[in-house]
Write a protein that binds this ligand. Structure first.
Ligand SMILES: [Zn+2]
Length: 296
């Protein structure tokens, strides 16, 4: 399960990362109970005796010790004991991770990062998720709550962040799909959004290209900083907006990143589009489920 700000992507995934069946429904915005009920309904839709474990990626820091979704920035979920609740309801092992960690694990196991030991993944969607594979294993910080790369400050005293985040100048406020939608609406009117911005750029619209280049500049600053901290072989861009806008973001972001990164990171860092596309989070969540199954 990939629990997103706007939709729940559910699927039956095989050990090799192949998605066998999938199911999608909207994410309710009104209450925690409603979100959990829809998540369970999505599971029930796909569950049969072939399913050995559940894996869930959620857009929140995860308390790995207790299996709790701590607090979503863009969803009404707080202190939700997801692992215990799902285990009680369905009776099979349950693995839980941050959605962007899951996406990074998916790309590392079955996508653009296969065979690499050090990867940074940024998922640009409703928010900005970060996932890091460091030294051949997922980096999660103490008790699993770290690695929130979307909430690093890139502009001191800058734009207020989104949803439940009270910070300012965070990466998420500049390069998420929501930020791109806000820029598109300012330039093209209230019916525009991030995807229309990309379509306009595809049609050759100069203003749309300029706005995407501005987003790419902020992204490049962050990538340069992450290159200095994690020295990854690869930075993977995923998420709905990240995948759709990749061709516009890659060039200018790489240029800025190289200005900010030290050697040898400057020469070594590569940018790649998520190979699993928007399914990276779903497939990675499945690997988190297999991890829980193998540990059970
Ligand atoms: Zn933030």
């Amino acid at each position: 399960m990939d629990l997103g700000g706007t939709k729940i992507l559910a699927g039956v995934v095989a050990r090799d990362g192949t998605v066998v069946r999938r199911h999608e429904r909207s994410t309710p915005q009104d209450s925690q109970e409603h979100v959990l009920a829809e998540l369970e309904a999505a599971i029930a839709e796909l569950l049969d005796e072939s399913v050995a474990a559940l894996g869930v990626g959620a857009p929140s820091p995860i308390d790995q010790e207790h299996g709790v979704v701590v607090r979503c920035v863009n969803l009404p979920l707080e202190n939700a004991p997801l692992r215990e609740r799902m285990h009680e309801r369905f009776g099979i092992p349950v693995g839980l991770d941050n959605d962007a960690n899951a996406a990074a694990i998916g790309e590392w196991r079955a996508g653009a990062g296969r065979g690499e030991d050090d990867i940074v993944m940024l998922t640009l969607g409703t928010g900005v998720g970060g996932g890091v594979i460091s030294g051949g294993k997922p980096f999660r910080g103490r008790n699993g709550v770290g690695g929130e790369l979307g909430h690093v400050v890139i502009v001191h005293g800058g734009r207020p962040c989104q949803g439940a985040c009270t910070g300012h100048g965070h990466l998420e406020a500049y390069v998420s799909g929501s930020a791109a939608t806000a820029a598109a609406q300012e330039a093209f009117g209230p019916s525009a959004d991030a995807h229309r911005l990309v379509r306009l750029a595809n049609e050759g619209d100069a203003k749309a290209k300029e706005l995407l280049e501005e987003v790419a500049g902020y992204l490049g600053s962050a990538i340069g900083s992450f290159a200095n901290v994690f020295a990854p072989q690869l930075v993977v861009l995923g998420g709905g907006f990240g995948v759709a806008a990749f061709d516009y973001l890659r060039g200018p972001a790489a240029e800025v990143a190289k200005q900010e990164a030290l050697e040898p990171m400057r020469s070594e860092v590569r940018l790649a589009k998520a190979e699993l596309g928007t399914a990276a989070g779903l497939i990675g969540a499945a690997f988190v489920g297999f991890e829980a199954l193998d540990a059970a």
